[in-house]
Design a protein around this ligand. Structure first.
Ligand SMILES: *Cc1c(COP(=O)(O)O)cnc(C)c1O
Length: 421
């Protein structure tokens, strides 16, 4: 199946006389005929759902669809994108370990990495993703366990050279984890460029209608966890009678471990209803990504011409710094988010934002509705000025998430905003 067909048909397949739409199995648990069978489930020696903190049939169908869209060996849904990013890394690290991340990443992820994970004894180094390979390699330590980056950074809109990052990670025997939230698998499949693990905030385009927070981790199945750097995968897990993940699960060792250890213990698995909403979004994802990209380019071209605008960041624009990377990694478009800096800095940005009517001032992005956000006073207010610059954000920067309305209406609204400055 091609990606458009997978959006509709991957995962759940209805049998004779069964519902066409994905059924919502809203149940906490599952019945079995024998104690012996349930015992086997506890030992991970039999397949089947046991308790909805670990797996659920509706969620499992959506996981299968997402894994197929990305070309992965398996996927695990979580209650949020934050949970997905945390689990993706915590699954391969413990206290005393270190990882390297691109500095051009989502503000919530910066905080997770620099504050919360540090409290757990896991340190990270932020690197400028555009630096040469040798410079990034200097950040490796003997205890470095992963490299992390975002395909299109939210909100900096820089494009990551995924193949460069994959080369660096693999040279040091560690996996590359990519947050692919903005492009989704429709516009970019990081596994095809060497990424080992892909994470999503499904809250954004995959849901696409601003109805449900969620996340997902996709496992490429390609990384060799038995290379000596990840003893947790090759030594017995006492909570499952000495099970060894690489032996029991082979290609899907990573995603199986994330589920049966971390999701089990931390309780971050979505409900069947949440997965049903996500699946509705996924069915139209290919159409929406195409339209979001088309609309965003038109709006970006308008902004580029406006005398109220200092700079526009949208990788599809010809004179954008990331245009050649975008052509390579995002040949079908760069999704709907455009960031731009208005003349007059922080105050002017706030004036424009407050005058907009169609574009909603909300803490959200990547939905069918056009919406705006001022990172310096909203999502990224916890960052220092230095961190703001590192993440590619100036005080006058507005992040505009272009929806799928008529672009003329969106542009009229921006004109209304600009008339106030
Ligand atoms: C929103 C976002 C997240 C966090 O996802 P939530 O679903 O809000 O927890 C992570 N990465 C990126 C790129 C995001 O845009």
């Amino acid at each position: 199946m091609r990606k458009e067909t997978k959006c509709i048909h991957a995962g759940y397949k209805s049998g004779n006389g069964e519902p066409l739409a994905l059924p919502i199995y809203q149940s906490t648990t599952y019945t079995y005929d024998s104690t012996e069978h349930i015992g086997k489930l506890f030992d991970l020696a039999a397949e089947g759902h046991m308790y909805s903190r670990i797996s659920n049939p509706t969620v499992a169908f959506v996981e299968k669809k997402i894994a197929e869209l990305d070309g992965g060996a398996g996927a695990l849904c979580t209650t949020s994108g934050q949970a997905a990013s945390f689990l993706a890394l915590f699954n391969i690290m413990s206290s005393g370990d270190h990882f390297i991340t691109s500095s051009a990443i989502y503000g919530g992820t910066v905080n997770l990495f620099a504050v919360t994970m540090r409290k757990l004894g896991i340190e990270c180094s932020f690197v400028d993703p555009d630096s040469p390979e040798e410079e990034i390699e200097r950040f490796f330590r003997p205890n470095t366990k992963a490299v992390f980056g975002e395909t299109i950074a939210n909100p900096a809109m820089s494009v990551l050279d995924i193949e460069k990052f994959a080369r660096i990670a693999h040279k040091h025997g560690v996996p590359l984890v990519i947050d692919n939230t903005f492009p989704t698998a429709i516009l970019c499949r990081p596994i095809e460029h060497g990424a080992d693990i892909v994470v999503y905030s499904t809250t954004k385009y995959m849901d696409g209608h601003a109805v449900q927070i969620g996340g997902c981790i996709v496992d490429s199945g390609n990384f060799d966890w038995a290379n000596g750097n990840f003893p947790e995968f090759t030594s017995p897990d006492s909570s499952y009678h000495g099970l060894v993940y690489t032996e029991a699960f082979g290609k899907t060792a990573y995603i199986a471990k994330a589920r049966v250890q971390l999701v089990r213990d931390l309780g971050v698995y979505p409900s069947a209803t949440a997965a049903f909403y996500l699946d509705l979004g996924l069915q139209t994802l290919h159409l929406r990504m195409e339209r979001h990209s088309e609309n965003a380019l038109k709006v970006a071209e308008f902004l580029e011409q406006s005398d109220k605008v200092e700079s526009v960041n949208y990788p599809s624009l010809k004179n954008n710094k990331y245009h050649s990377l975008a052509k390579k990694y995002l040949p079908d478009g760069c999704a709907g988010v455009v960031s731009f800096t208005v003349k007059g800095g922080r105050e002017a940005a706030i004036k424009v934002m407050d005058a907009l009517q169609l574009c909603k001032n909300v803490v959200h992005v990547a939905t069918v509705h056009s919406c705006v956000l001022h990172p310096a006073s909203e999502t990224h207010r916890q960052l220092t000025d230095e961190q703001l610059i590192g993440a590619g954000i100036s005080p006058g920067l507005i992040r505009l998430s272009v929806g799928i309305e008529n672009t003329e209406d969106i542009i009229d609204d921006l004109r209304r905003g600009f008339s106030k400055i």
